[in-house]
Design a protein around this ligand. Structure first.
Ligand code: AMP
Length: 307
């Protein structure tokens, strides 16, 4: 089933206790598209870069089966740039710098052939751009998933609240759930956020896994305990790519299937953090993905007899 991915394609500079990178390729949509490419063939991207962006990476995306007709390249302008520094626990980070550059006046144009997509992943981006993409679609997708972050809650909350009214699944991390709801308890936060539009909420908790809520139920997926986490950047986006990619592949958007989808999302995130940037998400085999998912199954499977 066709999947439309919207989000940043960007340069990042990352500092972790293990090292530091200069500008490397990143961006929410890059991670989402790469992660989802292991599940579904028809992936269409809407984003924007400047003329400083490497053709090599565009070729890599194409090589993974991602259609780039909706990627605008702005001559004479610079790509979005983000830099961040991780704390020693690798679970929290500070944003050092966000340069919007081409994103500042980004007017997304959804190509005609993308307008009837079955699945829509609105990756992290200004909410009014996410909204503009939604308004160009000629058919409501089977499923709309939106990811966002504290940056947009700080500077564009009214637009964000308007945008999430019409979506199906919201994915945010624990501190963002607290910020959006004003509740400290994640259960109370989820109940409140589920009155704002989304029918399903995913709360990502980094190395402590992810929670999946609807109004009646809650489900938990662990993160894989890894010996070395080099760079958590893009884990949330890779999670989202694996989640929506699996749903698109199986064409089943029931809550039961979303429980499986968050395991696939967690598996894709576990690859991403093993290397800096997007490197680990390129050239995986289907066996790599299946074996990783099996590790999750083994991690949480136990027999209990209650009689
Ligand atoms: P994640 O670690 O999954 O939260 O995503 C990190 C990616 O998000 C990086 O590759 C950044 O380029 C991108 N990013 C950082 N800040 C923003 C922002 N304000 N809007 C959109 N994308 C962002």
């Amino acid at each position: 089933m066709s999947l439309l991915v919207v989000g940043t394609v960007a340069f990042d500079a990352i500092e972790t206790p293990f090292g530091k990178t200069d500008k490397i390729v990143g961006g929410a949509a890059s991670y989402i598209a790469l992660a989802s490419s292991y599940f579904t063939d028809e992936i269409n991207l809407v984003s924007v870069v400047g003329d400083d962006f490497p053709q090599d990476f565009m070729n890599t995306l194409k090589g993974q089966g991602v259609n780039l007709d909706g990627l605008q390249i702005k001559q004479g302008e610079k790509s979005f740039f983000w830099s961040g520094k991780y704390h020693n626990d690798m679970n929290s980070r500070d944003t050092l710098e966000t340069q919007l550059n081409v994103l500042a006046d980004f007017d997304p144009i959804v190509p005609e052939s993308y307008k009837t997509c079955d699945f829509l992943m609105l990756g992290n981006l200004m909410p009014n751009v996410q909204q503009k993409v939604l308004s160009q679609l000629t058919k409501r997708p089977k499923l709309i998933v939106l990811d966002t972050m504290n940056f947009w809650m700080d500077i564009a909350l009214p637009e964000l609240l308007e945008t999430i009214k019409g979506i199906d699944v919201l994915t945010i991390n624990d501190s963002e759930a607290r910020q959006l709801s004003g509740e400290y308890s994640l259960v109370k936060a989820a109940q409140k956020i589920l009155t704002m539009g989304p029918k399903v909420l995913v709360i990502k908790k980094g190395e402590h896994g992810a929670l999946l809520f609807n109004k009646e139920e809650v489900f938990f997926a662990p993160a894989l305990p890894l010996e070395d986490v080099f760079d958590p950047t893009g884990a949330g986006d890779s999670f989202a790519g694996g989640f929506i990619g699996y749903l698109a592949k199986t064409k089943d958007i029931s809550f039961e299937n979303m429980k499986r989808a968050i395991i696939f999302g967690s598996a894709m995130a576990s690859f991403t953090v093993e290397k800096f940037g997007t490197e680990r998400l390129i050239g995986l085999s289907q066996d790599d993905v299946s074996n990783r998912v099996q590790e999750f199954v083994d991690l949480v499977q136990f027999d209990i007899s209650l009689v």
